[in-house]
Design a protein around this ligand. Structure first.
Ligand SMILES: Nc1nc2c(ncn2[C@@H]2O[C@H](COP(=O)(O)OP(=O)(O)O)[C@@H](O)[C@H]2O)c(=O)[nH]1
Ligand SMILES: [Mg+2]
Length: 312
């Protein structure tokens, strides 16, 4: 059977040696070496250098449907997969500087986010915000009694859970809870569901976690809510990507991981977006911005279509 963990280890050693060999041949003026076997032909066209265009799209964007002032993007996925970091990275790409507002947890283990929190992104500092918000949920855990209840995610998608609600891994929200919204408007509902998966650990996802994610996805599709997968930590998953983010669209490991996720979750590969979050960088850069903004553009496109269909 295909084992991603083994491939990943092989990638690490191959990537290391191929980089060393490239360095040696370069030092002695040798001819260019063939691509390492961890890289294959380009399997996706990424519009490198078009981030300014995507940025302008984001700046100009306003939902057409007047009932909705902002698109609601719900993030879910395993603990430590990079949900909070993705919000930070979008904010960083939009503001042109690395920010760190949605707290990220460097200690893996229990979910850091327990309180439901919604994040807006400041647009120019005059009390104006981008017309989309992110709701960051407690992580999905493998076992029954860890992490957020899937029922709570379903209720959240329908707009029943208010901010400040503290998720309880042992039971779903009750209708009598002060943070239960009995009559949600279109604006309270979720317009796009984003599943965040760590590329370096995708092969290690437990069946329980995959089942929970599939259940959430099915609930979203029953409600007609579009879904996107954001595949984070591509730098940790593939050494060739770590040395150059642009190698992502040629990485064999990333392609295979995306194909596997597509089958496991029942989602088209073109709805899966590989990204590198801003985690150690002090400044933003064009390549990371390109990946983050192209994922965001698709998220906005999907959300916009969804709210317009609801109006029709
Ligand atoms: N190398 C790398 N680390 C990342 C990336 N995204 C997130 N991280 C790190 O992964 C850890 C967990 O991220 P966090 O955003 O808190 O995960 P959450 O629990 O899903 O919100 C933090 O230490 C982040 O710095 C990425 O794309 N690459
Ligand atoms: Mg978090």
């Amino acid at each position: 059977m295909f084992n991603y963990a083994t491939i990943n280890k092989k990638n690490l050693s191959l990537g290391f040696f191929s980089q060393q060999w490239k360095n040696i041949t370069h030092m002695f003026g040798g001819s260019p070496q063939p691509e390492p076997e961890t890289l294959i032909g380009e399997w996706r066209k990424i519009r490198w250098g078009q981030q300014e265009e995507d940025l302008q799209f984001m700046k100009d964007y306003q939902p057409y449907n007047k009932e909705v002032k902002q698109l609601r993007v719900l993030l879910h996925g395993p603990i430590g997969s990079g949900k909070s970091s993705f919000i930070n990275s979008v904010e960083s790409a939009l503001r042109g500087k690395v920010t760190g507002r949605a707290l990220t947890d460097t200690i893996s283990g229990e979910s850091f986010t327990i309180k439901r929190r919604t994040f807006k992104i400041d647009k120019g500092g005059k009390g104006t915000f981008y017309p989309f918000v992110f709701t960051d949920l407690m992580g999905i855990e493998g076992s029954e009694k860890q992490g957020i209840c899937v029922e709570d995610i379903k209720l959240d998608m329908k707009g029943h859970i208010k901010d400040a609600y503290n998720f309880n891994p042992y039971s779903e929200i009750s209708e009598n809870d002060p943070n239960y919204n009995k009559s949600p408007t279109l604006e309270d509902k979720v317009h796009v569901l984003v599943c965040i998966i760590d590329a370096s650990k995708a092969s290690l996802l437990s069946n329980e976690s995959k089942n929970k994610m599939r259940e959430v996805r099915l609930a979203a599709s029953r409600l007609g809510i579009p879904e996107v997968v954001v595949l984070t930590k591509i730098d940790e998953a593939c050494p060739e990507v770590r040395s150059d983010v642009k190698n992502v669209c040629k990485s064999k490991y990333i392609k295979e991981t995306m194909d596997k996720i597509s089958v496991d979750l029942g989602l088209q590969p073109n709805c899966i977006f590989p990204v590198k979050n801003y985690n150690t960088e002090m400044e933003t850069n064009d390549e990371i911005d390109s990946l983050i903004l192209s994922a965001m553009k698709r998220i906005i496109d999907f959300g916009e279509d969804f709210v317009n269909e609801l109006q029709a």
